[in-house]
Design a protein around this ligand. Structure first.
Ligand SMILES: Nc1ncnc2c1ncn2[C@@H]1O[C@H](COP(=O)(O)OP(=O)(O)OP(=O)(O)O)[C@@H](O)[C@H]1O
Length: 226
């Protein structure tokens, strides 16, 4: 079987206001389809940068990023946004919900943009699973941090993208909700063969994944499968 994600010698330096920061340094990685991988490592080691590079959200300086036969470094902005729409579901640390739209409108937005058919039964199942029934008519600013996070998780999974990229998706959640989210992601992997790539600081959660990606100084230092 071919990997769904292959990074080869990827470099990324941020040129901020102070000194440049090398966030990825000759970073190479392979991820197989339909697997659940967790990226772990110290704060600032490049985890979010790696995730954003795989999702085609940030340009890199050199190297190759092959995702589902798309060489992301060769795509222009329009092609990248199409690639993201068609293949990727993002769950961010900061929820990126549209504040002037209700929870249900936020959930339906990706379908509206793509003109896709809605699998209403699955949408209802996810709403049930994440305990969002009472929240669907509310606006994001009326919700707690944990509730907004659950909505953003629902929004990412209901389109059944090939790859779900999750950056600390349970960082704002209590133990019970964390368990629910992990179970849902695992169910998506099992039922819809989705590939899940998740950044977490929680080593106990990471141990539930199929593969552990240890990052240090912008590189994958160790890769373990369970
Ligand atoms: N937009 C940016 N401009 C300048 N420097 C940045 C930018 N984004 C990240 N960095 C720097 O790049 C390095 C890697 O950042 P990144 O967010 O990928 O780390 P991380 O491992 O996800 O950290 P954390 O666990 O704290 O979220 C850090 O030193 C960070 O300060």
């Amino acid at each position: 079987m071919k990997p769904i994600v292959t990074l080869t010698e990827v470099n990324k330096t941020y040129h901020g206001l102070s000194a440049p920061t090398k966030a990825l340094q000759n970073c190479s990685l392979k991820i197989m389809p339909s697997t659940f991988s967790c990226i772990i490592g110290k704060s600032g080691c490049g985890k979010s940068t790696l995730l954003n590079a795989i999702g085609g959200l940030i340009p890199v300086d050199s190297g190759s990023i092959l995702v589902k036969d798309h060489e992301l470094t060769k795509l222009d902005q329009r092609e990248l946004s199409r690639f993201r729409r068609e293949h990727i579901g993002f769950i961010f640390q900061f929820f990126n919900l549209l504040q002037e739209q209700t929870v249900m409108e936020n959930l339906m937005l990706p379908f509206d943009l793509n003109g896709e058919r809605v699998d209403q039964a699955f949408v209802n199942e996810v709403i049930q699973y994440l305990d969002l029934n009472k929240l669907v008519d509310k606006f994001p600013f009326e919700l707690s941090g944990g509730e907004q996070q659950r909505v953003s998780i629902a929004r990412a999974v209901i389109r059944k993208p090939d790859i779900i990229l999750a950056d600390e998706p349970t960082g704002n959640l209590d133990r019970e909700n964390t368990k629910q989210v992990m179970n849902l992601l695992k169910e998506c992997q099992a039922m819809y063969s989705q590939t899940i790539i998740m950044v977490t600081h929680d080593i106990d959660l990471a141990k539930r994944a199929d593969a552990l990606i240890y990052m240090e100084d912008g590189q994958v230092k160790r890769y373990e499968t369970s």
